[in-house]
Design a protein around this ligand. Structure first.
Ligand code: UD1
Ligand code: CA
Length: 419
């Protein structure tokens, strides 16, 4: 059984942010989510995550995922963080996979590969390495000139010119035999540029005491990207964005212009749906087959478009279900609504869902016709085949019966005398 420890206690100083680095988002999902998903897929048990800086925020973002939280009160370095993570399972004597929390693109095959290499070579410690074209910012692997074995890992900050010229670098993922880690950590010191207990020094201490150190090299590429800065965050986001669009296209979705289309992680789209340019679809959105979305549409969390729905330019939808073949083609806001099938929503319609204190729901039943410029003040419901005239303001709790026609401000029925 493999235990995992994800290091996520740091502030992420180089992000220049009040938010913990691992909570910064990549296409709608926190950086840490991408790492947690991988240890879940590997079946690691326990899955420890080390938190510290604003830990309550990090914990709240990942409830119900079977995580064993470990608290690193002071950020004394990656080695110290790893030891705190291992305290989550004090009796554990198997292999422990230790991952930096800022490596969202690591591939499953790489993690499976390093675990396999570690076991097959009967190593005490295995380090993920990479010959990088641009190793700046990574610890460099220093090897013994004669034997080629790993001798030291030197941080960029602690390195001289000659060491900086080394292109083999430490990716930030390790497998340790748990007892070897514990033993080497006891001997690890913090006499470096940052005054921290480096995880890399735990590796080196283990090597000095005769432990068997293996390296598992991966080719240079996106998966080794760490996120230390906002620039790196943007680079990784761009890679993920492209991949997500490709997945949708492979599943039968037309994306007219991938360069201007943003579809966050956690969006489901049915086949033969067409997404037009300049569209932004947030996580937690579901789109049935055969819909049209955009150009310039914005779908926010909780949007569900049923089959054949058509959402046009400058339409924003949030937490709403839109029925089959229903159209909202121009300049509309729909929030907290249940809209039936074959409804026509004219230009400039606003679902006024917020009264300044609370949000309320709007129901629009099938085949209703919502005239241009209508404002529906929630909570309110519009009956089947009912019509609202252009510019009507349907005030809260003044439900419009089936097949009624209402006009004006506030909207009144054309069919009945006002009583
Ligand atoms: C680390 C490695 C470096 C490697 C690089 C690649 C060390 C000393 N250096 O450097 O060799 O090339 O990753 O990814 O390990 N963290 C804690 N507690 C702490 C400090 C950090 O939990 O006290 C966490 C951070 O939240 C982060 C991870 O550990 O998720 C890595 O820390 P970071 O500061 O990004 O390390 P690097 O300087 O990038
Ligand atoms: Ca890092």
């Amino acid at each position: 059984m493999v235990m995992s420890v994800i290091l996520a206690a740091g502030k992420g100083t180089r992000m220049r942010s009040d938010l913990p680095k691992v909570l910064h988002r990549l296409m709608g999902s926190p950086i840490l989510e991408y790492v947690i998903e991988k240890v879940e897929a590997l079946g690691c048990d326990p899955k420890a995550v080390v938190v510290g800086y604003r830990q309550e925020l990090v914990r709240a973002a990942f409830t119900e995922r079977g995580i064993t939280w470990a608290h690193q009160a002071d950020q004394k370095g990656t080695g110290h963080a790893a030891s705190v993570g291992m305290e989550a399972a004090p009796g554990f004597t198997g292999d422990v996979l230790i991952l930096n929390g800022d490596l969202p693109l690591l591939e499953m095959a790489t993690l499976e590969g390093i675990l396999q290499r570690h076991r097959q070579s009967k190593a005490d410690v295995t380090v993920l390495t990479c010959e990088m074209i641009r190793p700046t910012g990574y610890g460099r692997i220093i090897r013994d000139k004669k034997t080629g074995s790993l001798q030291d890992i030197r941080e960029d900050k602690d390195a001289d010119e000659a060491t900086r010229a080394i292109r083999e670098a430490n990716v930030g993922t390790y497998v340790f035999k748990a007892p070897v880690f514990r033993d080497a950590f006891l001997r690890t010191r913090c006499d470096n540029a940052q005054g921290e207990y480096y995880l890399t020094d735990v590796v080196v201490e283990a090597a000095r005491s005769g432990a068997r150190i293996e390296t598992f090299p991966v080719p240079d590429g996106p998966q080794i990207h760490q996120i230390n800065s906002r620039r790196e965050q943007a680079e990784v986001s761009a890679i993920i964005r492209k991949r997500l669009l490709e997945e949708h296209m492979d599943a039968g979705v037309t994306v007219e212009d991938p360069l201007t289309t943003y579809i966050e992680k956690g969006v489901r789209i049915g086949r033969d749906t067409r997404i037009y340019p300049y569209t932004y679809i947030e996580r937690g959105t579901e789109i049935a087959p055969g819909c049209e979305v955009g150009p310039f549409a914005h779908l926010r969390p909780g949007t569900f478009l049923r089959e054949g729905a058509s959402i046009g330019n400058f339409v924003e939808i949030k937490a709403s279900e839109i029925g089959e073949r229903t159209k909202a083609r121009h300049l509309t806001y729909i929030g907290d609504a249940q809209v039936g099938s074959d409804v026509n929503i004219g230009a400039g319609v606003i679902f006024a869902n917020f009264d300044g204190k609370k949000k309320s729901r709007t129901i629009v039943k099938q085949r209703a016709f919502i005239g241009s410029g209508t404002i529906l003040v929630a909570p309110v419901s519009i009956g089947e085949e009912a019509v609202t005239g252009a510019g009507a303001v349907v005030t809260k709790n003044h439900d419009v019966p089936d097949r009624d026609v209402v006009i004006g401000v506030p909207a009144r029925s054309l069919h009945r005398k006002e009583g």
